[in-house]
Write a protein that binds this ligand. Structure first.
Ligand code: NAP
Length: 269
């Protein structure tokens, strides 16, 4: 039985992964902002063979991440997997309490920050791993450090790839710094989940209609397989929905180090 933290597990692809993982008898701890959705998820999962818990957390701020980590460190002695499925989709130039854009804060930085704080629990596992959901981006994306990490003014088209590429760099950083931790970035595909809820209906319809959609269970196939199977390479990118095929991440190490040092500076972790 594995103990799996599913950040963003109260809805969408994270909840579907939690369904499949508890059906296999694993123990999941769900994190999400909305406590009502968390309780509804628990009610649904209670008939499964595996155990499920929920912790409400706002991972868009440094203090929210720290509070969640503190609660988890106090109540758990180990995590085998951290599965990051948190995400927002916002185009407006809005800012969190820390002055960051929520797309950066939630879809990348909180993953770095939370994982760093929970490394002591991952190190207790025989086979620890960190799995991060993202969307497809080119693997030769370059980070503009004049623009990263404040992204002022926020331009989604210009910022998106660099923000999501943070996950890839963090996977490589984990490979280089944490001997036993497997790290992967997974393309989430295009599934009709709550992530589209903040968008005006027309934009949402255009975006969802522009490419071939897949089902939510299809988006969960790779994340679940990476949670339960031990034989895969780190640090890897899993780009094709439903196919257990990966590309070994071969990134510019100076860029990885620079990005990680910026994240350390911002979060202190
Ligand atoms: N669905 C797609 O087509 C698609 C495409 C590309 C990438 N992705 C990625 O796939 C992952 C899963 O998304 P999804 O499609 O399953 O969407 P979703 O149903 O909206 O799930 C997103 C999750 O993130 C949580 N979350 C958002 N802001 C948070 C915050 N400040 N603090 C804590 N939790 C927060 C949400 O919790 P609350 O609801 O409680 O806020 C929810 O559980 C995300 O990383 C997303 O970027 C999805």
């Amino acid at each position: 039985m594995k103990k799996i933290l599913v950040a963003g597990g109260n809805s969408g692809i994270g909840l579907e992964a939690a369904r499949q993982l508890t059906a296999l008898g694993h123990h999941v701890v769900l994190l999400g902002r909305d406590a009502k959705k968390g309780q509804a998820a628990l009610a649904e999962l209670q008939s499964q063979p595996g155990k499920a818990e929920f912790l409400a957390a706002d991972l868009s701020t440094h203090s929210g991440v720290r509070a969640a980590a503190q609660a988890l460190l106090a109540s758990h002695d180990r995590f085998d997997v951290i599965l990051h499925t948190t995400g927002v989709l916002l185009f407006d130039d809005v800012r969190t309490a820390d002055g960051l854009h929520p797309f950066f804060a939630v879809n990348y930085l909180s993953r770095y920050h939370l994982t760093q704080l929970l490394l002591p629990l991952l190190r207790k596992s025989d086979s620890p791993r960190v799995i991060m959901l993202s969307s497809h981006i080119d693997l030769d994306t370059k980070i503009d450090f004049e623009y990263f990490p404040k992204f002022v003014p926020f331009d989604f088209g210009k910022a998106r790839a660099a923000i999501q590429y943070g996950n890839h760099h963090y996977a490589v950083h984990l490979k280089n710094t944490e001997k036993n931790v497997l790290a992967a970035v997974v393309n989430a595909g295009l599934a009709d989940t709550g992530i589209w809820r903040e968008l005006p209906a027309q934009v949402r319809d255009n975006m969802l209609g522009s490419r071939k959609q897949n089902t939510i269970p299809e988006s969960a196939v790779i994340p679940v397989a990476l949670c339960v199977n031990d034989a895969w390479e780190t640090a890897t990118y899993w780009g094709t929905i439903g196919k257990l095929e990966s590309t070994l991440l071969n990134l510019d190490l100076q860029e990885t180090e620079r990005l990680i040092s910026v994240c350390k500076e911002i979060t202190g972790a």
